[in-house]
Design a protein. Sequence first.
Lengths: 191, 241
Amino acid sequence: MSSPATPSQTVGPFFTIGCDRLKTDELAGPNVPGERMEVSGRVIDGDGVGIPDAMLEVWQANSVGKYAHPEDTQDKEIDAGFHGFGRIPTGANGEFRFITIKPGPVPGPGGRPQAPHIAVSVFMRGLLRRLVTRVYFPEEAANDEDFVLNFVEAARRGTLIARRVSGESNKLEWNVLLQGENETVFFDIGL
Amino acid sequence: MLNLRGFRRPLPGTQPNHLHPPYLSSIKRAPTKPLVAIPHTLSEITGPLFGSERADVKAFDLTKQHSGEPLGERIVVSGRVIDEDGRVVPHTLVEIWQCNAAGRYLHKVDQHDAPLDPNFTGCGHTLTDARGCYRFVTIRPGAYPWKNHHNAWRPAHIHFSVFGPAFATRLVTQMYFPGDALIPFDPIFNCTADEAARQRMISRFDWQTTLPEQALGFHFDLVLAGREATPWEPPARAKNK
């Protein structure tokens, strides 16, 4: 090893200056194949207050479970109009919302499929390094067998699974609670 | 079958913990429960890649975004994006943002009583070249006060955001300037326990990139997580049985 990685630092309160250019809250245009979904929620601090200066970055596969990346060597098609990246800053009350398509299952260790999920990084003033979490989908039989969800104690898995907004088949709610009894599960993936 | 190699985890002390009480904003925002360690799967080994179609070739120069020249000391900030094994990270997006020479950000939340500069926005981006090199032209940012504690001042810094090849290599950091008297007192700089690791956030003055009659050069390398030597394999007894 020549040098360990550069330490992470907070994005601070003014990151929109540099980050707004890649702001993307609509990951999939109307012609992208797949089941369209709107995911919305809030980022909430230890006092229960919404955080107005946070930013989510999301990364996901397309509707057949293929990432637009050369290390995904599965024999599946990439969708030309779908990159899979979103960057969503929060609003005045910590609220966020993005529109995407439900990703297909991607392989996990041993080739067993993972349940459909979206990888999420959370950045904000006060966070010296990002937080990493995932959004899973409700009423998904594959969640029970999911390789990553099974690293999480059963009582906390619900924090990773979005809820269907009642009466709305394509609207999901998923919140990021930084602290408290229902604190969201965050993953250690290194940096 | 996919043969996936993940990325290495940081050595102890070389990255900040989420909770660092001297940095007050971390207290209500750091998670209180332990993080759940997971192996890298295809979702972490892939990540967003941004090609030249997503980058503006002129955006490396923060001094040429308006009709006039920004006030302050022009500088060249350049270096390489490499991994922990010294391998270059080519064609990856590097984003920066910063305050102006007076220590003021062009942002509605920044109420510091220092002047805005109509000729300076403070944002730039570029792609590393085939050798992992990047280069920005900007002005030296000022120090500015903040409300973390009595008479708190941030040392001059430039925010850097780098993607690298994977979701697992994402890095956001800050670059500091050599000899800045405020660095030893800054709780954000000091959040990382390891002294040698902290020093990697300080750029060095660089004659080679200093432009005669024009701009001082500063060199700053960004080091991303390196690759694991061998693919991760599920343990013989699966955890979820």
